[in-house]
Design a protein around this ligand. Structure first.
Ligand SMILES: NC(=O)C1=CN([C@@H]2O[C@H](COP(=O)(O)OP(=O)(O)OC[C@H]3O[C@@H](n4cnc5c(N)ncnc54)[C@H](OP(=O)(O)O)[C@@H]3O)[C@@H](O)[C@H]2O)C=CC1
Ligand SMILES: CC(=O)N[C@@H](CCC(=O)OP(=O)(O)O)C(=O)O
Length: 347
């Protein structure tokens, strides 16, 4: 059986741990390197007792150094690092001939100026922006590009939940691209293993609030991908909320209908009929986060509001799954020439 040697850089965080879980179970992945500054020298099983009896649980965390990662034999590295940090590792690893799947935002934008506007810092490796592929395999032509890529920029969690329901309708000209309003709710793990007090139990539990409004940094990649689908620049409204759950993103998007509302089902079904990780729930069916937890599925439902002439799009995904780690493994499968669903069959 074909086995691909993989590294997880930043393996002690939330997306890192989810990557470990998926790669330890993956039939074609051999986890050969895990990095963490704080746990270097400790075994996977001692840091994460849930992996205690897994094959590979004796693997030891090492310092995140490109040379050590290369020495482990890794062919493909997942970067589960903060943005800004990830770009430095991507540059070094690519130079050493290791393919990179970056879960951070460092390579998601085509335009350096947009990155600098939304992230407030100079881009650490602008020369790599054009070669990176935005790793959302369900988009037109994207899985072919991912197969050939040396560097995949895995999408953000909110963007995945917003882009996938909208793209087919924009491509079909069924909605007004300038009328999009979206509201999302994310579980607290979306913020990473942060020590920020706002994400501590007493602050987040039993409470819900909007944050990072009106210009959350994910707007940049959402508008980029929607603009490609619409064939015209898109400006939209996005309000994220923090909700007291561990995992999960629930999004409701609305847009003014400009085409035939009866075509919505047909257009979505045509776009996603052969896409294994998109589940269409049908009309008047909101999506529910509990059905997608720890999976690579995104569930999408829709409704037509006759009073306002708007379509409502409902979506649910796991922010650590389709919103991060499992979507990255989906790209890994394509880059490695494996079946797209390999290691991702869990329900
Ligand atoms: N959480 C989510 O739902 C999603 C997150 N993402 C993105 O994925 C990336 C990882 O997120 P997440 O797992 O939540 O983050 P965490 O904060 O949970 O983990 C970050 C990891 O990076 C390591 N790290 C931090 N700083 C450095 C550094 N300077 N050098 C080397 N290693 C470092 C930490 O390890 P140690 O300190 O042990 O070295 C840790 O393993 C981020 O870019 C995030 O935006 C994308 C989609 C969804
Ligand atoms: C709940 C919560 O705080 N969520 C995070 C999502 C971050 C994320 O994963 O985004 P990048 O991968 O683009 O950094 C936020 O809103 O910043």
């Amino acid at each position: 059986m074909q086995m691909i040697k993989t590294a997880v850089v930043g393996a002690s965080g939330y997306t890192g741990m989810e990557l470990l879980r998926l790669l330890l179970m993956h039939p074609n992945a051999q986890l050969c390197c895990v990095t963490s500054r704080q746990y270097a020298g400790e075994s996977l099983a001692s840091v994460f007792p849930r992996f205690a009896k897994a094959d590979g649980s004796a693997l030891t965390f090492i310092q995140p150094e490109a040379k050590l990662i290369k020495d482990s034999g890794a062919e493909i590295a997942f970067l589960a690092l903060p943005h800004g940090v990830a770009a430095e590792y991507a540059t070094a690893l690519l130079e050493l001939g290791i393919k990179v799947i970056d879960l951070s935002a460092d390579f998601r934008l085509n335009d350096q100026q947009v990155y600098e506007e939304f992230y407030g810092t100079p881009h650490p490796a602008p020369e790599l922006l054009q070669q990176a592929v935005y790793g959302m395999p369900e988009l037109q032509g994207r899985s072919e590009a991912i197969r050939e890529a040396q560097l995949v920029a895995s999408p953000g969690c909110y963007p995945t939940s917003i882009i996938l329901p909208l793209v087919p309708l924009l491509e079909a000209g069924l909605i007004d691209p300038q009328s999009i309003v979206t509201c999302s709710m994310s579980g607290v793990s979306g913020a990473g293993k942060s020590s920020n007090v706002l994400f501590s139990f007493c602050e987040a539990n039993e409470s819900v609030r909007a944050y990072s409004v009106p210009k959350h940094r994910h707007l940049s990649e959402i508008e980029q991908e929607l603009g490609i689908a619409a064939g015209t620049p898109v400006t939209m409204s996005f309000t994220p909320h923090l909700v007291p759950t561990h995992n999960g993103i629930c999004t409701t998007t609305s847009a003014l209908l400009t085409g035939d509302a009866s075509k919505i089902s047909e257009v979505l079904e045509k776009a996603y009929a052969d896409k294994p990780f998109v589940r269409l729930l049908g009309e008047n069916n909101p999506a529910d986060t509990k059905n997608v937890t720890r999976t690579n599925f995104i569930d999408i439902g829709w409704a037509v509001d006759q009073r306002t002439g708007r379509v409502l799009l409902y979506s649910a995904e796991d922010n650590l799954g389709k919103g991060a780690a499992s979507q990255a493994v989906q790209s890994f499968n394509l880059m490695a020439g494996l079946e797209e669903q390999a290691g991702l069959h869990n329900l």
